[in-house]
Design a protein around this ligand. Structure first.
Ligand SMILES: [Fe+2]
Length: 463
């Protein structure tokens, strides 16, 4: 038996194999580019290390890419063939991978949580459970998962900063900005490569509408984070959200062309960043030229592959807005087929498609067809069912913006006013939201209130 740097036991042929495993997990924790390379190293040192196979299986499933997901079954079979002599903890990991391959993500998360009860230093289980709770929008699970292990971690345990960063993000997504911010900042102080912790702080600053600080936070760490693989592009996306809210549209388009979508990408985070930024611009009436086309080109390759509803909605936005409505409709039909294939709830995301993915996709298509009344009809109830789509509040906000835009465009002035009253209450530092609120108030004949709202917008945009 050999041990990792936190003292967990591994079934392996040598310490070198466990060290290689540790190195690969470290790179995963830092969202690095080299996790796959390091995985290869484990296979060279010990091709029969059961946790090496499990890690490979996890890495095949995590990016939600069809060609990688297709390889996870063989890896699972190999892990299962090696499991007989494994420890109970390792067997649970094999079972978690099996649940993932079968689509039962809730069961998989429950297995990781059961590992953490007895092995709170299993940083792989901890980090991947955190990610997958986020994937399902299980925000209470995400928060409580971290709270359960925190007393077992302190600065003397290797990897503590990463755990603190996860704890911080779990608080942020539960709107506890006050406690999240210092934790996220401390984690970045411990290790600037901890881009996930840096991302947590970016979300705090976005959620609180602290625009200049949000820009400066990313500027200050840009050099370190641009070495962190494609997740860095999501940090540039966060910075660009602040430009958008400050109505610095030239800066938004420049960041889009040079940082967010500098070249076509297969990566789902890149596709999400690109699609949602273009949609925000379009909703604000900014001409994005032919930028939708190259995003839609990549999305069109995934018409029949259902791996994550959240990603699919970004594909459907790109296809719809690029004028490829038939492709968007074909993807929607595939979503319906997928949901209908698993009526028993055995495949977690099939339920999510039914409750949220399909309605939001229908609303996106209706919005593209300028059928704004239909967008409103679908989105008014569905907006409260979107949490299981996963992603962050900041990401799902694009569909809230779509609803408000539909109310404004459809001439439903009172509804637009009401929705913008809600929005300015939730995000009182958003200049564009106050400006839209002013328009809606004007449309309702409430000129004095409109003037006050417009003054507020001008004040925020000048700051
Ligand atoms: Fe984010």
């Amino acid at each position: 038996m050999y041990y990792d740097k936190r003292g967990l036991a591994y079934t392996a042929s040598s310490q070198a194999a466990v060290d290689a495993f540790d190195a690969s997990v470290d790179e995963f924790l830092a969202s690095g580019r080299d996790a796959a390379l390091l995985l290869k190293r484990i296979a060279e040192v010990d091709p029969d290390m059961v946790m090496g196979q499990v890690l490979r299986g996890y890495f095949y499933r995590l990016p939600a890419l069809p060609h990688l997901a297709a390889m996870s079954g063989d890896t699972l079979a190999k892990a299962q063939s090696l499991a007989a002599g494994a420890t109970d903890r390792e067997k649970k990991h094999v079972n978690a991978l099996a649940a993932w391959c079968a689509g039962d993500i809730r069961k998989m998360n429950a297995i990781w949580e059961s590992i953490l009860v007895d092995h709170p230093h299993d940083i792989l289980a901890l980090r991947i459970a955190h990610t997958m709770h986020f994937f399902l929008g299980d925000l209470a699970h995400m928060r409580d998962s971290m709270a359960r292990v925190m007393p077992r971690w302190d600065e003397s345990v290797p990897g503590y900063g990463y755990v603190l960063g996860c704890r911080a993000f779990s608080l942020e997504e539960n709107h506890d900005f006050e406690n999240a911010e210092p934790m996220g900042k401390r984690a970045v102080e411990i290790n600037e490569n901890d881009i996930w912790a840096g991302h947590c702080v970016a979300h705090v600053l976005e959620g609180m509408g602290r625009r200049q600080e949000g820009i400066e936070w990313v500027d200050a760490h840009e050099e370190a984070w641009q070495k962190r693989g494609t997740f860095a592009h999501h940090m540039w996306w966060h910075r660009t959200l602040h430009y958008l809210e400050l109505e610095q549209f030239d800066a938004v388009l420049d960041a889009y062309d040079n940082q967010i979508w500098a070249k076509p990408s297969q990566d789902n985070t890149d596709l999400g960043n690109a699609s949602s930024m273009l949609m925000r611009l379009d909703i604000l009436g900014i001409d994005v030229g032919d930028r939708w086309d190259s995003v839609a080109e990549v999305c069109a390759e995934r018409i029949d592959t259902r791996l994550r509803p959240f990603n699919d909605l970004h594909y459907i936005m790109a296809l719809t807005m690029a004028g490829r409505r038939e492709d968007a409709k074909a993807m929607l039909a595939s979503m319906r087929d997928f949901a209908d294939s698993y009526p028993d709830g055995s495949v977690t995301i099939a339920t999510t498609y039914r409750n949220a993915g399909i309605p939001v996709a229908e609303a996106i298509l209706a919005h593209g067809a300028k059928d704004y009344a239909k967008v409103i009809e679908i989105m008014m109830p569905t907006r409260y069912k979107m949490l299981p789509l996963g992603g962050s509040w900041a990401q799902r906000d694009v569909w809230e913006r779509m609803l408000i835009n539909a109310a404004l465009k459809d001439g439903q002035h009172s509804l637009a006013r009401a929705l913008l009253a809600e929005r300015t209450d939730m995000a009182p530092t958003s200049g564009p939201s106050w400006a839209m609120y002013a328009d809606a108030l004007d449309n309702c004949g409430e000129t004095d209130e409109a003037q006050t709202a417009r003054g507020k917008a001008a004040e925020l945009l000048a700051a």
